[in-house]
Each structure stands twice: as C-alpha cells, then as structure tokens.
Design a protein around this ligand. Structure first.
Ligand code: NDP
Length: 318
C-alpha cells in the first residue's frame, strides 16, 4: 500500500517513516526543501530507499500546499498528516502557528477529497493540547475532553497559541468530515509531551524539537544550580509508541472515525532527573542534586484504554 506522510523532516514523522518502510509500505513524504528531502533518503538503508520518495511543499498556511503532491501521486491508499508548527518561540501567532496548523489540516483533507478519491483513511496528528482543560479539568482525561480555548485567547496569550492551533485544527478536521462527507474516514492521534530517541536529521542541538528541549537542558547541566522549570504537563508518551499508533491507525479498520488519547503515563521534570541519574550515571555531575518535585498529589488521571484495546499499544514507561 502507498502512504503520503506530511512533515517527514520532523521528530515524530521520522519514527513513523521508519515503521512504514520496515512494514513494506511505499511512502512519499513532504518537506520544505530539497536538502531536507535528501537527508531523509540518505538516512535509509538501500533496500528501504527503494520504496521512499519525497515532494517539496510550501508553507502549510497556503491552502493549496498539498494539491500538487496529492494530484501527482497516483494510487495513494492512506495519508498521515503530522506537519504542524510546534515552536518554542514565534513572532506572529496567526502566520507562524494558527494558520499553518488549521490550513494545513483542512488543506490536506480537501486535496485528498478532490484529487485522490481512492484514499481510505487520513490520520491526523493532533495533541493533548486539544484535550486539556485548564479551566475545569476533569478528574480523568479521555477522548471526550476538549480544550475550551477561544480564538481570542489563542491570539492574546502566547501560552495558549499552540494549544489553540491544535484544537482548532482538529475541530476543523472533524468538521470537514461532517460537512464534506468525503469517501475516506479520519483518525486523530492525541499525545501529550512526546519524548524519546531522535531519528531525524539534526543540524545541531539548538534545532532540537520543542518537547525534548527540557531533557536536553537537564542533560547539559542548565539546572545544576538553577531551579527546574515547572513541568506544565504531567503526562508523556514515548515517540516509538506514538509512531506505531499512527501506523496501527491505518491498519486497524475500527480505528476509523475515532480520536485516540495516546498517553503512556504521568511524569514530572524531577522524575526525569531521577530517571536520568539511574540510566545514565555518567551524567550525574550535571544533574541537579535535590530538585523540587512539582508533581501534584491530586494530579489528573488519564484513560488510555482505547489506544491499548483498539490500536494494541503497550506503552513504554518513562
Ligand atoms: P517537529 O518540529 O519536529 O516537526 C514538525 C514538522 O512540521 C516538520 O516536518 C516541519 O517542517 C513541519 N512544519 C512545521 N511548520 C510548518 C509550516 N509552516 N509549513 C510547512 N511545514 C511545517 O515536531 P514534532 O515531530 O514534535 O511534531 C509533529 C506533530 O506532532 C505536530 O502536529 C505536533 O503538533 C504534534 N505533537 C507533538 C508533540 C510533541 O511533544 N512533540 C505532542 C503532541 C502533538 P520543517 O522541518 O521544514 O520545519
């Protein structure tokens, strides 16, 4: 079967790509430059290379960003849409974050509907950002929870911009399905903070993806004599489990039309420090001695039973 994977240069996409190729799928991935495309091809073994190609696309904010690649890729069976900005810093909330997230998601769905009617399913990488509710948090988070963030909050409060982008993009995807009634179905995958090994090309550690930045800083000794930053989100997922979930989402018929809260467990920055001390004792001299633990006693719960039961994911611990 043939899969279109958007955002192939990303942290999560690199793991999805590896699993797809190892399972024998033919993959076309999208990138923003020839250099990035060539790096992805170069990273594969000769056998896997034979089934991989890439297409260059423009900024996701352009509503027709995916038209050309979808139109010129005959026999696509599935689409996995991961591309979306997850930036530690940005200048313009609309141009840099909200529009690329929303237009990219609607754009890929529209392109598939118009030019690739044989596609059976589009899997969209959403996020816990579209689930979390800081105003009235449920005792236990599951797929029924939606972030109540408004457009104005996403514009005026930069801490809500990314969460808004994921919420509005996912809502737009389900809205598209309801209104446009395409012949394909969709599945959304909603992970909290994603940690794990780097499989994509990294120019240098300054370019590390956003979710891994705190781990990088801890390892480099930034908090040896400074307080650990607040954990923020007390939930994590291993990137390898998340990648497998994306592939299972195209393989398991019952995954269609569903949202999946892809959460492995609780964590805090202090627990990450403790874990590093155990697994990497050679780093001990750079780790904070007695960091404060901000893990709340009444921390919210999570329910990952749908991902375990339907997608068959066995979550790796922290
Ligand atoms: P990365 O930053 O590593 O990857 C993002 C990908 O999207 C890159 O391929 C990037 O291309 C592409 N992209 C971003 N902005 C644009 C744009 N304006 N136009 C075109 N392409 C763009 O992030 P992750 O791998 O972590 O994220 C992948 C997906 O997973 C995103 O949808 C993100 O929201 C979601 N997610 C991530 C979590 C995490 O903790 N990492 C948690 C929950 C969800 P380029 O390389 O050219 O910049």
């Amino acid at each position: 079967a043939k899969v279109l994977l958007t955002g192939g240069s990303g942290f999560i996409a690199a793991h999805i790509l590896r699993i797809l190729l190892e399972r024998g799928y033919t993959v076309i991935t999208t990138v923003r430059s020839q250099e990035k495309g060539d790096q992805i091809i170069k990273a594969q073994t000769e056998t896997l290379k034979a089934k991989l190609s890439y297409a260059i696309v423009g900024d996701l904010a352009q509503k027709d960003a995916f038209d050309a690649v979808v139109r010129s890729s005959p026999e696509l069976d599935y689409v996995i849409h991961t591309a979306s900005p997850f930036l530690a810093k940005f200048e313009d909330p609309i141009l840099d974050v909200l529009e690329p997230a929303i237009n990219g998601t609607v754009g890929i769905l529209r392109a598939v509907k118009e030019y690739a009617s044989q596609v059976k399913r589009v899997v969209v990488t959403s996020s816990f950002a579209a689930i979390v509710n800081t105003e009235s948090p449920p005792k236990v988070y599951d797929e029924s929870s939606w972030n109540p963030v408004t457009w104005n909050e996403a514009l005026s409060d930069t801490s809500k911009t990314y969460r808004g982008s994921k919420t509005f993009a996912e809502k737009a995807a389900w809205g598209f399905l309801g209104k446009e009634k395409p012949s394909f179905d969709i599945t959304t995958i909603n992970p909290p903070l994603v940690y794990g090994p780097i499989a994509h090309h990294l120019e240098n550690l300054d370019r590390l993806n956003t979710s891994n930045l705190n781990i990088r800083d801890i390892i480099q000794g930034k908090y040896k004599d400074n307080p650990l930053p607040p954990t923020g989100t007390f939930l994590f997922t291993d990137v390898r489990d998340l990648a497998l979930a994306h592939v299972r989402a195209i393989e398991v018929p019952e995954a269609g039309g569903k949202r999946f809260f892809l959460v492995a467990g609780h964590c805090s920055h202090k627990q990450i420090v403790d874990g590093l001390r155990k697994t990497h004792p050679e780093l001990s001299s750079r780790l904070p001695e007695n960091p404060r633990d901000d893990f709340p006693a009444d921390v919210y719960g999570y329910d990952n039973s749908r991902a375990r039961e339907i997608l068959g994911i066995e979550f790796k611990p922290l």
